[in-house]
Design a protein around this ligand. Structure first.
Ligand code: SF4
Ligand code: SF4
Length: 465
């Protein structure tokens, strides 16, 4: 019953010697970490589902509107040309993960990773309800195909597919908005083949991952698990077994034995099928299941909790524990630097963007002692209401005339392209110079500024025709 394979450090429990899959059936576990983890998982699931529903500034809290290349995050709107800020966002997230890993190991994996959240708090829950506890599941898996087994399999996999469909729809709503998704759902798939295809593909991936692939993703595919050993050290808080206290293992009645009674409960509850008593291993996702399992056992045998616990390797060896160390200082510095730079850029974000470009074709025209440059000004407003724009050109020499640059009003989240001309008398042209266009956004009074060169013939040629 339960995990009949004994985990070792030479091979993966979930893969047999012939390469076939050994399906794990982790046992149920109760305890304070399991409870907090479950509550936290429910909170995260609620956040994932509700973000596309909560309106902030006229848009869902998170809406990645690929069709119009506008990305809405908690009231901030980014256009495609603002996406360089994503670099800071991604590196910031990366350094945050480094930081958390250096301090607390794979806390992210066990508690907050969406993969773990979906697997542990949705799919495994369904399996537990339909197939029963780990003993019942293993017995059912080993049993021959009876009508009862077929019915259970149909119900379980039907629910898996239903949940996968729901998650795929929630995921899509981040990109197409709930309103449009609802419209799509009311129409025949023929009218939106692409979106329908993405939804089916996602559903298939989710079903495959959570019905069958499961912990293999964390063990084999996830790159974060691979690099964790480079991010942690002997002072990182991990989940570990207190070898000094637990060894030698033996019966409770054995006076020479340590505190571990060799019940293997910590192995049976492990979702990745490892024995934490063999030390920290790549497969450990930091779910804390073995802590709760062992604490329960210690309570029963009347020994202190914490034989398996959150501690650093130094702490488990009764050496001095250190939180502040060079790598933590480095990650803190990088995180603070990234947050400051991103904060500065975000505070400089405008509610509209303006860009001047030169009209294609000749760089300038020269006729009747006038030099003429033609430009296009591209304006995009991110505001959800009507926005007015007034213009002012600076840096012009005496006698210069600007035509075609009219004040304008843009409706919500629209853009406009205006062509305007700057003419400078040849007598006042002393070589290439820069003009500065300022647009005042009403009613906020924000200033958008862009510069572009005014080109003309060489002043030498002008004075020596
Ligand atoms: S649950 Fe605790 S007592 Fe039981 S085998 Fe694991 S470490 Fe030993
Ligand atoms: S060893 Fe413990 S913390 Fe690590 S995955 Fe297994 S049960 Fe979770």
């Amino acid at each position: 019953m339960l995990t009949s394979k004994q985990p070792n450090l030479e091979s993966l429990t979930s893969i047999n010697a012939d390469g076939s899959r050994y399906f794990l059936h982790p046992a149920d576990v109760r305890g304070r970490f399991t409870l907090f983890r479950r509550l936290f998982g429910v909170l995260l699931l609620a956040i994932y589902v509700l973000l596309p529903w909560i309106p902030i500034g006229g848009h869902p809290a998170v809406f990645l509107d690929l069709a119009s290349r506008r990305f809405h995050f908690f009231g901030l709107t980014f256009l495609a040309q603002d996406l360089w800020i994503g670099f800071f966002l991604l590196t910031g997230l990366g350094f945050s993960l480094f930081y958390v890993t250096a301090l607390f190991g794979r806390l992210w994996c066990g508690w907050a990773c969406p993969y773990t959240v979906f697997l542990e708090h949705l799919y495994r829950r369904i399996e537990r309800i339909v197939d029963g506890d780990s003993t019942a599941r293993r017995r059912l898996a080993d049993a021959s195909w009876t009508s009862a087994k077929v019915v259970r399999r149909i119900v379980k996999h039907g629910l898996y597919i239903l949940v996968s469909l729901l998650i795929a729809h929630v995921f899509l709503s981040y990109f197409v908005s709930l309103t449009r998704l609802y419209e799509f759902m009311k129409q025949s798939p023929r009218h939106h083949v692409g979106v329908f295809g993405v939804m089916l593909f996602l559903t298939g991936c989710l079903y495959f991952s959570f019905a069958w692939f499961r912990e293999q993703f964390c063990i084999i595919l996830c790159p974060y698990g691979r690099i964790q050993s480079a991010l942690t050290d002997d002072d990182t808080v991990i989940i570990g077994y207190d070898r000094n206290r637990g060894e030698p293992r033996g019966k409770k009645s054995d006076p020479d034995a340590g505190d571990c009674i060799a019940c293997s409960r910590c192995v049976h509850v492990c979702p990745t099928g490892i024995d934490i008593r063999n030390g920290l291993q790549l497969e450990c996702i930091g779910c804390a299941g073995c802590i709760d399992a062992c604490d329960e056992v210690m309570d029963k045998v009347g020994r202190p909790r914490g034989l398996i616990r959150y501690d650093s390797l130094n702490g488990l060896e009764q050496k001095r524990r250190r939180i502040w160390r060079p790598r933590v200082a480095l990650y803190t510095g990088l995180l603070a630097l990234g947050a400051t730079v991103m904060g500065l850029f975000l505070s400089g974000l405008h509610s509209a963007t303006m860009e001047i470009v030169r009209m294609p074709g000749q760089p300038y025209y020269f006729a009747e002692n006038l030099i003429r440059n033609q430009y296009r000004v591209h304006l995009v407003t991110k505001r959800h209401e009507e926005t007015s724009f007034t213009f002012e050109v600076a840096g012009l020499p005496e006698g210069a005339i600007v035509t075609g640059l009219d004040d304008l009003v843009l409706t919500a989240e629209k853009e406009s392209v205006q062509t305007f001309i700057v003419q400078v008398p040849a007598a006042h042209f002393k070589g290439t110079f820069s003009i500065e266009l300022t647009s005042t956004v009403g009613p906020s009074g924000e200033k958008l500024v862009d510069r572009i060169d005014f080109l003309g013939p060489s002043p030498y040629l002008l004075s020596n025709p």
